[in-house]
Unconditional design. Sequence first.
Length: 174
Amino acid sequence: MKVQYLKIEEVIANEENPRYIKEAKFLSLVKSLQDFPEMAKARPLIINQENKVLGGNMRLKAMQEAGWITVPVIKVDWSEEKQREFVIKDNASFGEWDWEILSKDWFNEPLAEFGLDIPAADYNPNLTPSFNTDAITPEDIDRAGKGLGVGSGVADTIEVICPDCGCEFHIKNS
């Protein structure tokens, strides 16, 4: 398959594309294409014989917004069934990000500017103790901070409450 260049007005957006892009992400995509136009040549739009977009609908929209005159395309001659399959498979997110590698090897890169959704680092657990808090003494707080049980000796487990679902569970105190 060979990359061709068509006038942007010759390429037809796929109105049946089941994906959409929110405004903030769209503006990020426009900026990405303005800052790094070579990216479009490396990943051209995929169009059918009628010049309808099968892959790259949002990129086409961003290229229009950015004022592009010509766009790189690859024209395919597939059955209607293959075209519909491609529209879904091209937009499916099969992989997951390895946050450990990103934090170790990519920490100096502006990943959010590249369009990566970085999960919020806010940790705000829902602390709802299942015991009478009026009975806690300052000594109990000090002992808990040291991993010691309220009675004598080291506590075997520590009560933890999941910040997402609120479930209480115990982890071994090592």
